[in-house]
Design a protein around this ligand. Structure first.
Ligand code: GLN
Length: 554
């Protein structure tokens, strides 16, 4: 951490899901347009040590960073909005903090002293914040949860102290709150905001800026009222109006004067913001010439937050092809032989995303079969790639009892299995995996290199380079015993690990676009730099749609 770094703490009030992560990311994006170097941290008050073991139904997607940390999905927003590569040091939970403090206590580091929330836990939180600070101008620290939650108190106390430690000219607090419009009263209500700020002030934090989430622009009168009751200046009360597309948020914040106000409070001088790339992006998003429907056949279809990065990556692929991407979520648990054709008939492209657990696996395999046979562009990601191999083995190579040993541990033909020994590029050593190892402890996680071994492959056409790096999160791998048999039946292994012991990409050549990858490309897609595989998948799906329409004479 350099002496000149300034800090913005972002808290949220009234209720959850106001978009605190997006707000933090958008503030970062906006400051970046002014030439500042920005980084972001997320502090999560829950007790889990990391979100890796949390249920996606409850918690949404687990975002994976290059260094293999399983993090909160807000880090995905940060990486999509701001030019940063985040690591284990950029996301920590109450569980991680307590874990460190207890380890120190057991080691005797506290020399017999009584270990307490203040100062030991709060000190550890402050240390973790400082540790996560790279050599940047501004660090934005988002505190998870909502003001009033019991578990966020130590975090709030730590950030209160933080201003004293680093000087008040170096820290501001931004509070995201909710200003609802009540139709029966015909007006917006400021009371929830007043209460939330009162709560925050009672623990010693006076917000400097209020971001008011609302469905309409707040009038000067309302802003004046909020300012008076919440003890902030009127020009620090900002409307955070609902928008159609998340990539509009930085522009909306700029219109409200948010970046100007932040810089004034932190006493930072910069040039004018360069908003042109964001404006162009939003313009492109608002006026697409085409549209395409992609079926996402997965397990967590009720909670689309579980596929956050995937949805964004598909959206980015659409932007590049001047197309609006309509997503058709299909719960694979409901797909069976009697209905799969009907359920998938509207899809121009089919995706089977990553996943764990056996529910809906056969539905996914049927969907892959449909995509392969009907020549519909297919993109299999992680589990989706593994099941594409299973489908191909069963139905094309006629290995009838093929499966992944994840779902049938004693299956005769485990085309996907737990590899016991492989060369790990990260540690540059041979790794051994024990089938009975603890959950969470044995995954291949984070960025791994991959060679694109065939120049005429879809993968090579997309990336245009011979060596790539992508992020992983899985235990099971392709079983090389079946490589030859599947190759003879037409499956092509186009991406391999440098030592060629791990299969990273499979393709089926007798098809317009059929690709499965063992990694998660969606984590690296950016709105202004869409991922090549998503670009090409959407392009192929658009072609499919056009062919279908011309056949039907539309
Ligand atoms: N369940 C599979 C595995 O562990 C796939 C994981 C995933 O799709 N992320 O290998």
């Amino acid at each position: 951490m350099t002496g000149k770094t300034k800090f913005i703490f972002v808290t949220g009030g009234v209720l959850s899901s106001l978009g605190k992560g997006l707000a933090a990311a958008s503030i970062g994006a906006l400051l970046e347009t002014r030439g500042l170097k920005v980084s972001l941290l997320k502090l999560d008050p829950y007790i889990n040590v990391d979100p890796g073991t949390m249920n996606p139904f409850q918690h949404g997607e687990v975002f994976v960073t290059d260094d293999g940390t399983e993090t909160d999905l807000d880090l995905g927003h940060y990486e999509r909005f701001v030019n940063v590569r985040l690591t284990a040091d950029h996301n920590f939970t109450t569980g991680k903090i307590y874990n460190t403090v207890i380890t120190k206590e057991r080691r005797g580091d506290y020399l017999g002293g009584t270990v307490q929330v203040i100062p030991h836990i709060t000190d550890e939180i402050k240390n973790s914040i400082k540790k996560g600070v790279d050599d940047v101008d501004i660090v934005i620290v988002e505190i998870g949860g909502t003001i009033g939650d019991i578990e966020s108190l130590p975090f709030l106390e730590a950030i209160r102290q933080f201003r004293f430690d680093v000087g008040k000219e170096n820290v501001i607090y931004i509070h995201l709150t909710f200003v609802p419009y009540i139709p029966t009263a015909g007006e917006v209500k400021t009371k929830p905001t007043q209460h939330s700020v009162k709560e925050l002030r009672s623990i010693g934090i006076q917000p400097d800026i209020l971001l008011c989430r609302t469905d309409r622009f707040l009038s000067d009168d309302i802003k004046a009222k909020i300012a008076l009751f919440c003890n902030v200046t009127q020009d620090a009360v900002m409307t955070a109006k609902d928008v159609d597309c998340i990539y509009e948020v930085p522009l909306c914040f700029n219109q409200e004067g948010l970046d100007q106000k932040i810089l004034e409070l932190l006493n930072v001088w910069t040039g004018a913001p360069r908003l042109e790339p964001w404006r162009k992006l939003v313009e492109k998003i608002e006026n697409p010439s085409h549209s395409v429907t992609i079926a996402v056949v997965g397990k967590y279809t009720d909670l689309t937050e579980s596929y956050k990065s995937l949805n964004e990556a598909l959206f980015h692929g659409g932007i590049d092809n001047d197309a609006k991407v309509n997503l058709l979520y299909i719960d694979s648990g409901t797909v069976d032989k009697s209905n799969y054709e009907q359920k998938l008939s509207g899809a121009d492209g089919i995706i089977v995303p990553g996943g764990f657990g056996s529910r809906g696996v056969e539905g996914k395999i049927l969907s892959i079969k449909y995509a392969r046979e009907k020549m519909i562009p297919f993109f299999g990601i992680c589990l989706g790639m593994q099941l594409a191999v299973v489908e191909f083995a069963r139905n094309v190579a006629k290995i009838n009892d093929a499966h992944s040993s994840e779902f049938k541990p004693d299956i005769k033909s485990p085309v996907i299995y737990l590899m016991r020994e492989w060369f790990d590029e990260k540690s540059q050593s041979v790794q051994k995996r024990d089938v009975d190892s603890e959950k969470g402890g044995t995954m291949r996680l984070g960025a791994y290199p991959c060679k694109l071994v065939k120049k005429d492959s879809l993968a090579y056409k997309a990336y245009q380079v011979g060596k790539i790096s992508e992020r992983h999160r899985h235990r099971y791998e392709f079983n090389n015993t079946y490589k030859e048999a599947l190759e003879q039946s037409g499956l092509s292994f186009t991406g391999l690990s440098p030592k060629e012991d791990l299969v990273e990409i499979v393709e089926y050549k007798e098809h317009p676009w059929f690709l499965g990858c063992q990694f998660h490309p969606e984590f690296k897609s950016r709105p202004m730099n869409p991922h090549p595989l998503f670009k090409d998948f959407i392009k192929a799906s658009l072609n499919k749609k056009n062919k279908k329409s011309s056949k039907e004479g539309k």
